[in-house]
Design a binder for this molecule. Sequence first.
Ligand code: SF4
Length: 410
Amino acid sequence: MKGRVSTTSPRVRGWCPGAWRPMATGDGLLVRVRPEMGRLTRAQGLALCDAAETWGSGLIELTRRANLQLRGVSEAGWPALMAHLVEHRLVAPDAEAERRPALLLAPDWRDGDATHRAARLLQERLDAWPTLPGKWGLALDAGPLPALTEASADLRLERSREGGLLVRADGRALGTPVDDVEAAVALMTRLARWFVDAGGLEAGRMRRFTAPLPEWAAAVAVPAAAFDDAPSLALGAHPAGRVVGLPFGRAPASTLRAALASEAITGIRVTPWRRLLLEGRRMNMNDGGGEPPAGLIHDARDPRLAMDACPGAPYCAQASVATLGLALSMAEKWRERLAERRDERTGQRDIGRVHISGCAKGCARSRPAELCLTGRDGRFDLILGGRADDTPVATGLSEAEVLAALKENK
Ligand code: SF4
């Protein structure tokens, strides 16, 4: 039976940082940008690179909720950064907009499809929604198969097994069938009001709010089978462009700028899977689009894809250990072993089986990992088959001891 490590409980916050409401972290302010419709134009991508280098640490991170964030921003530099982000429409001029529920779109949406139309309607109507907890979000996932099942969201627009649309309250196995996108948005709006009126604010998230759904939202429709843990966007050529991976969900702005130097790229779509879809049909190598951008991951066998690592020290104030150096060392030393891992059920490469976490909060991965290393008091705890806050089988390991242990158990 697994328990929770209680001695060094991380600070759990009930809100997510934004751009208007940045969070103080170990290396300065963290400023998070929510790309509208989950997409940046090429010009916006370049403007974000400028912002990271001028006011931040030079790194750009992609979060598990498909947001982009800059670190290392100073209090003094924040106003000028915000003016720049607003000028390039990377941030709404209205701070209130950031308090509305975040929209997470399945990244391969197309103009006019159900995911896109639902997002547009919600953008127009979210102003009239009640005030919801800061972490609330909506997954718009109306492709043939749900792709965002593992992503954090409170209400989900998905397809049923029969192909119709449904709205599913997070944590419930079944959804409420709806006739069309308009009806879906109306139902989401009504469910958000019900959540507030029925006492959901205390629970905070829909998943934790276990009250039975009201009769007018009877959940009777079975969602289509979801994609497994492996993301729906495979690395490489895509009909809309090219999918690339970000090592541990981050890249220097200079790397992204170099990738965007190609005018073949027309935009960037963000995903919750540490991958970007670089839009532009000429980016598709099948169409003769040239060399893939350097510094990003293109090979599905890259061991870094099988690992989750949070920023750790010195980037996060809650971390007592550096995580990224160990992750890179493990990726090198364990290259073949990680590359060969396969999911027993699907035969697919298993993504995220190693988790390196700066503290027990486990920001980089909420699901269990085969091997998890959690920082505590400057050393690592080793957890097998669990989450970052599960009971370790070994404690107080140095980085060298971790690597030696892995070598022995190869
Ligand atoms: S898991 Fe990592 S990023 Fe999250 S709070 Fe802990 S040290 Fe910070």
